[in-house]
Design a protein around this ligand. Structure first.
Ligand SMILES: [Zn+2]
Length: 306
């Protein structure tokens, strides 16, 4: 009978303990054991469970006061089934190419490159092709993708490491571009991570963050059925709360913009049908062409002090 270990957690951005519960799940995940929650963590169940989200009274961050601790998280992440990403490679690549273009418009593409959670290295491929980076520092806990990630570096000097929180091998002041795509909504302590990255950036270096936007139209339309409300997100941001968090970590210049995701039409139709409760025959002729959608994600681009 092991319950989620963190109870009545303070706001991870500002440390305040007061706030108002804003999003609740019909089942009370806080009273379920870790073993009971495991299938829902993997998202394999039709129904879902998540911990209640509280709006911090001081900084307005939306976060879970009840959550798994580091040891429970390590255990849950270690047992993840193989990547069940159903999106075709080309659509993911198009989406991530857009992320890289936004970073490229923001600052010089020199110095070292640092990415937390690069997966198979879509952005690394872009950085190798279009940047003039020295060493690639890649922190990826999933060893199964390390070979693909190595290939993405195209023979450039690269260090592929598995511990996502220990950035000590990276020399201070060496990094020109640091990237976190869908990482910051998973961290128990995002402030420490951002402060550490700040010390690794060289003067004027760029930080690129991709997260969900809990202030988006999609979230308002779907309410608690919005997919990012789930057991893997101990906190969720909107443009205001992420701006305050990044500023608190010491970054003087911050921009937040909506991001564009690319989805093939056939994928969208199938997902829509699934959401409505039926499955389409596999051979239904549907166009493969991708369309661009703004789906409640945002890009945060910050510059280290010059
Ligand atoms: Zn707060």
């Amino acid at each position: 009978m092991t319950l989620p270990a963190l109870r009545d957690r303070a706001c991870p951005a500002c440390g305040a303990k007061t706030g108002k519960d804003e999003v609740a799940c019909p089942g009370d995940a806080g009273t379920m054991t870790v073993a009971q929650l495991r299938p829902y963590w993997h998202g394999l169940e039709k129904t879902k469970h998540f911990f209640p989200y509280r709006r911090c009274a001081d900084c307005a961050l939306l976060y879970n006061p009840v959550f798994f601790d580091d040891a429970q998280l390590a255990d849950l992440y270690a047992a993840m089934p193989p990547n069940m990403d159903m999106l075709p490679f080309s659509a993911v690549a198009d989406t991530q190419r857009g992320y890289f273009a936004a970073a490229a418009r923001s600052g010089p593409l020199s110095g070292d490159y640092l990415e937390i959670g690069p997966d198979i290295g879509h952005l690394v491929t872009e950085a190798v092709a279009h940047g003039g980076f020295g060493r690639f520092w890649l922190f990826e806990p999933n060893r199964a993708v390390h070979d693909q990630l190595k290939q993405a570096t195209g023979g450039k000097p690269a260090s592929i490491l598995t511990d996502m929180t220990d950035l000590s091998p990276v020399p201070d002041g060496s990094v020109g571009l640091a990237v976190l795509v869908h990482v910051l909504d998973h961290l128990l302590d995002p402030l420490t991570m951002l402060r550490t990255i700040g010390t690794k950036l060289k003067p004027g270096g760029t930080l690129l963050i991709v997260t969900h936007d809990e202030g988006s139209l999609l979230r308002r339309a779907l309410g608690r059925r919005w997919p990012p409300f789930c057991l893997q997100h101990p906190l969720l941001y909107n443009p205001g709360t992420i701006r305050r968090l990044v500023a608190r970590a010491g970054f003087p210049a911050i921009r937040v913009v909506p991001s564009t995701n690319y989805f093939p039409i056939d994928f969208l139709v199938r997902q829509g049908a699934q959401a409505a409760g039926f499955t389409l025959p596999g051979r239904l002729p549907l166009p493969r062409r991708a369309i661009a959608l703004r789906l409640g994600n945002m890009l945060t681009i910050a510059q280290a002090a010059a």
